[in-house]
Design a binder for this molecule. Structure first.
Ligand code: HEC
Length: 125
């Protein structure tokens, strides 16, 4: 027979193990919506291409920040932040809040615009 304390320990261990198995879970709600087509226009408008090489954006061949090829399937944003649509939108809205001290400036992008841009970036697989 399993003693109650042992049973409790097993339940606790299972809970910890289950939590550890979900590193890819998005930080925010799963109902992410964004307009990728509008996002691609915004990427041109905000001139992200002066700093980034971005596939599908004419003239976007900057080399200040990393190229955004296949950013939609990248594991981490800026090497630190779990890549999810919500985290990507947060990053674009305010990279200094997301990761203080990094080299990408806050550009005054609204939450709506940031979500559309994130939707576009997620088309880059
Ligand atoms: C003044 C230059 C500059 C501009 C303009 C700029 N970025 Fe960045 N961006 C950077 C730098 C530098 C980094 C690298 C930050 C780090 O890794 O610490 C970065 C990182 C990123 C990343 C993470 C890349 C990776 O490999 O993890 C994304 C995504 C991104 N930028 C998107 C954008 C978008 C979208 C815009 C336009 C709205 C934009 N950036 C405008 C400089 C810029």
């Amino acid at each position: 027979m399993v003693r109650p304390t042992t049973r409790l320990l097993i339940v606790a261990l299972l809970a910890v193990t289950a939590a550890a198995c979900e590193p890819g879970k998005a930080a925010g709600p799963d109902n992410f919506t964004g307009d990728a087509r509008r996002g691609s226009d915004l990427v041109k408008q905000y001139q992200c291409g002066t700093c980034h090489d971005i596939p599908g954006i004419a003239g976007a061949d900057g080399n200040v920040g990393p190229p955004l090829h296949r950013i939609g399937t990248r594991t981490y944003i800026a090497g630190y932040i779990q890549n999810s649509p919500d985290n990507m939108a947060d990053w674009i809205e305010d990279p200094q809040r997301a990761l203080p001290g990094n080299a990408m400036p806050k550009m005054g992008i609204s939450q709506k615009d940031a979500r559309d841009i994130a939707a576009f970036l997620y088309t880059l697989k």
